[in-house]
Design a protein around this ligand. Structure first.
Ligand SMILES: *Cc1c(COP(=O)(O)O)cnc(C)c1O
Length: 401
C-alpha cells in the first residue's frame, strides 16, 4: 500500500542527474558553501561529513579559544536530536540541559536566564521541525553572559525569525544534509560564522580533518539514487518495513567519524539549495493545510510559533492533549498510509547515555518530558497528497475510543 514518508526531499531523475553532474565537476562544493554563508548572512563556511561532526568541530574551536579551563559546559535543549549531546560529549565537553517550553518547543528563555553560567562555554538551539526557537531572546542572554551561541539549524534551513535567517543567530550556524532535512545528499553538514578568531580556530580544526573517503562517497551516491526512487509513496510503502534500513529509529551514538564533506555530495546539495525557496514554500503550504484541518480535531494542541517567524516545516508537529491516546493515533495514521512519528522517544535526561554525564539538577525536565510523551509529527514534503489533511483528521477522529 502507498505510504507517505515522514520527511524527505523529492528528487526527480533530472534533478538527480543535474545535481550529480554538478557534484562531479571541479570546486563543486563552492556554490553550497557560499550559498549557505550568504543565506545566513555570515562571512565564512566550513563543510563537514555530517551535522553532528560539524557540531564537534564548532565546539572544539570554541574550546580552543577559551581562556578559562573551567568552561566545559554546553547548554543544550532538554528535547532535541540525540546527536546534539553526543557531539558535546565527543568534543570532550559536558552537556547541561535547559528545559524547553512545550507550547513552542523552544529552549525556555526564562529557564535559561536562571542558569548558572560560571562554567558554561556555549548554548545550543534546536529549531526542531523547522520552527524557530525564541532566537532573539536566547541570543541576547548568550551575549549578556559572554558565552558562545551555536544556532542549530539542522532542521530549519529556509526558516526566518524577526526577519533574520535561522542558522544566522549567535556566533555559529549549523546545517545538516541528512535524509530527513530541508535539503539532502543523505549525509553532510555545514557551519557558517563571521567571528574572526572563531573563524581562524575553525580553519585550523577543519584543515586537520581527513578528506572524505572516495569509496564511502560512491556508496552514498548509490544510496542517493535509491532514496530518490523510493521516497515516492508507491515504493516507500514497499520498502519501509525492510529491517536493514533502520528507518525511523533513534539511537544514541558517539562513534561517528569527523571528516570533510565530500565535494561531490556538496555539489549535489548545492544544486538542491537553489530549489530551497520552492521546497520551503511547498512545505509551508502543506503545513498550513494540516494546521487548518487539525485545529478542528479534538484532543490536538497546536504548537505556538514564536512571533515574527516563518517556519521551514521539515515536518509538521503537534501535541496530544492526552498522551495516553498517542499510540492509538499513530497506529490509525500508519494504517491510513501516513508517515506519522512520535519523533525522539525521550527527553535527554531520560536517555541513559546522556543522563550519566548530567548533574542531579538536570534530571528533572518536565517540559521536555511532556513533549516526548505527547508529540506527533506529520509529513510536509512535496509527495504529500492533497487530501492528506482530510485523511489525517479522519484517522484521528477514528481513534477516539
Ligand atoms: C539531524 C540533526 C543534527 C545532526 O545532523 P546529522 O547530519 O544527522 O549528523 C543535529 N541537530 C539537530 C536538531 C538535528 O535534527
Amino acid at each position: 500500500m502507498a505510504f507517505v514518508a515522514p520527511a524527505g526531499t523529492p528528487i526527480s531523475p533530472i534533478t538527480f542527474a543535474v545535481s550529480l553532474a554538478r557534484g562531479l565537476g571541479s570546486s563543486a562544493e563552492i556554490p553550497l558553501g557560499e550559498g549557505l554563508a550568504a543565506h545566513a548572512k555570515h562571512r565564512r563556511y566550513w563543510l563537514v561529513s555530517t551535522g553532528r561532526a560539524a557540531m564537534v568541530l564548532a565546539l572544539q574551536a570554541m574550546r580552543d579559544l577559551s581562556k578559562d579551563p573551567q568552561r566545559v559546559e554546553v547548554i543544550v535543549p532538554a528535547y532535541t536530536c540525540y546527536s546534539v549531546p553526543a557531539s558535546v560529549i565527543k568534543a570532550g565537553l559536558k552537556p547541561r540541559l535547559c528545559d524547553v517550553d512545550p507550547t513552542s518547543l523552544s529552549l525556555d528563555p526564562e529557564a535559561l536566564r536562571k542558569f548558572d553560567f560560571s562554567r558554561v562555554l556555549a548554548v545550543v538551539t534546536a529549531n526542531l521541525y523547522g520552527i524557530p526557537n525564541h532566537l532573539q531572546s536566547i541570543e541576547a542572554i548568550a551575549r549578556e553572559r559572554g558565552v558562545w551561541m551555536l544556532d542549530d539549524s539542522a532542521q530549519a534551513l529556509g526558516a526566518t525569525h524577526e526577519g533574520r535567517p535561522v542558522g544566522g543567530f549567535g556566533d555559529v550556524g549549523l546545517y545538516s544534509f541528512d535524509k530527513g532535512k530541508n535539503i539532502t545528499s543523505l549525509e553532510g553538514g555545514a557551519l557558517v560564522a563571521s567571528h574572526p578568531e572563531l573563524s581562524a580556530a575553525l580553519d585550523r580544526r577543519h584543515a586537520a580533518l581527513t578528506p572524505a573517503s572516495a569509496t564511502r562517497t560512491a556508496t552514498t551516491i548509490v544510496k542517493l539514487a535509491a532514496y530518490a526512487t523510493l521516497l515516492h509513496p508507491t515504493l516507500y510503502g514497499v520498502v519501509r518495513k525492510l529491517p536493514g534500513l533502520g528507518l525511523g529509529r533513534t539511537v544514541y551514538d558517539e562513534t561517528y567519524p569527523v571528516e570533510r564533506y565530500s565535494g561531490t555530495l556538496a555539489g549535489f546539495a548545492g544544486t538542491l539549495l537553489k530549489r530551497l525557496p520552492t521546497l520551503t514554500r511547498g512545505r509551508q503550504d502543506n503545513a498550513l493545510a494540516l494546521q487548518a484541518a487539525l485545529s478542528k480535531v479534538p484532543g490536538v494542541r497546536l504548537i505556538d510559533v514564536p512571533a515574527n517567524s516563518q517556519p521551514a516545516y521539515a515536518r509538521y508537529p503537534f501535541l496530544m492533549t492526552d498522551p495516553s491516546r498517542r499510540a492509538a493515533v499513530l497506529e490509525k495514521l500508519e494504517a491510513a498510509g501516513i508517515g506519522a512519528t512520535a519523533s525522539y522517544p525521550s527527553a535527554l535526561n531520560d536517555v541513559p547515555e546522556v543522563a550519566r554525564h548530567l548533574p542531579a539538577v538536570d534530571l528533572e525536565m518536565p517540559g521536555a518530558r511532556q513533549v516526548a510523551n505527547a508529540i506527533v509529527t506529520l509529513p510536509t514534503h512535496a509527495y504529500s497528497p492533497a487530501d492528506l489533511p482530510a485523511r489525517v483528521a479522519a484517522a484521528m477522529r477514528g481513534s477516539v475510543a
